[in-house]
Design a protein around this ligand. Sequence first.
Ligand code: FE2
Length: 193
Amino acid sequence: MKWTHSQQDFIKMCEEVANHHKNTISYTLDHLAFRTENRNESVELLSKLFDYSVQEEFLPFADSSNKDNIDITCAALSPPVDSNMPEIFVSSGNWRSIVGDWVKNRKDVGGIHHIAVKIPAGTIEEIMEQWKQYDIEFTTEKPIVCEEDDDGLRQIFTKEIPQLGNLIIEIIERGEHGFCSSSVAKLMESTKK
Ligand SMILES: [Fe+2]
């Protein structure tokens, strides 16, 4: 096959990007997060399709004075043991809440709000610097650390990435705990426009 000049330029650019990442940081798909109109229906379907089970349900804004978001509910779902599937989070929210508005703006059905990639402990700032070179922006200046229990869980959201259909990517350094309710609230607040 004969490549045109623009195809050759594109291939060269891909090779340069691939080389740049060699021997640097390894990423693992950690979880997917849906925001949907009816959390229970989403959870039920994921259980039927893939045998997911509810690990925990929580209200990230239950203790805050943020009345608009008080009814946001989240479910953390675990895949079957020995599965290679990622964890899944599903959130729903009332009218005027961060989650409810997001769903409303997506034809009242919502969708995948973000995917999360896990990275080795202590590398989040380095990755942020790398990604900024590719014009990726973040919703907070610094990673969010769990208030309740500082066991190494650190997270940050990118802003919507147009080249990926406005998907948000979460970068996560995991501690022992799967998630942290106050961090979920802060991350959600950071996505409010
Ligand atoms: Fe997440």
